[in-house]
Ligand binder design. Sequence first.
Ligand SMILES: Cc1cc2nc3c(=O)[nH]c(=O)nc-3n(C[C@H](O)[C@H](O)[C@H](O)COP(=O)(O)O)c2cc1C
Length: 147
Amino acid sequence: MMRTNLLYGTVYGSAQSVAEALANELENRGVVVNLLQPDELEGFIPSVDEWLLVVTSTTGQGDLPDDIAPWFYALKEQAPYLPGLPYAVVGLGDSSYDTFCGAGHQVDDLLRELGGESLAPMLTIDAMETMEPETDALDWLGGWVKF
Ligand SMILES: Cc1cc2nc3c(=O)[nH]c(=O)nc-3n(C[C@H](O)[C@H](O)[C@H](O)COP(=O)(O)O)c2cc1C
């Protein structure tokens, strides 16, 4: 069974809650999940032999939260070639902003540029539409994880 690295970036905690819900569900399905806390991200380079799930909210104007931004910019700077890295991104945002889920899109774009292959189209969760982002995320996961 594929091991999964699961990262999150959050300002107010919603993305963390979504990441924890996804981790629980994957573990229930028999997946070994490595849920990385933001203070564990320094120097983390995804392995192409493991899935990578990234859950991030957006702050500022399309910006990454401070807890995940250093990891993102270090990866972008280092630009390791990650051929076939199986990945998926969940973006949390608010459609009243011009840059809806801008942080999630930045992560999705970078992972694709590095050679990753998305397991599923990025999920965008709109705070204007739902009070239960965990439910949206679990529905999305169930749509493509077939075990
Ligand atoms: C100061 C501030 C700036 C925000 N900027 C954006 C943005 O540019 N784009 C977006 O889609 N959502 C934006 N949001 C909405 C958050 O991403 C959204 O509320 C999200 O659910 C917060 O998740 P979190 O609790 O994990 O931080 C912003 C929210 C705040 C408070």
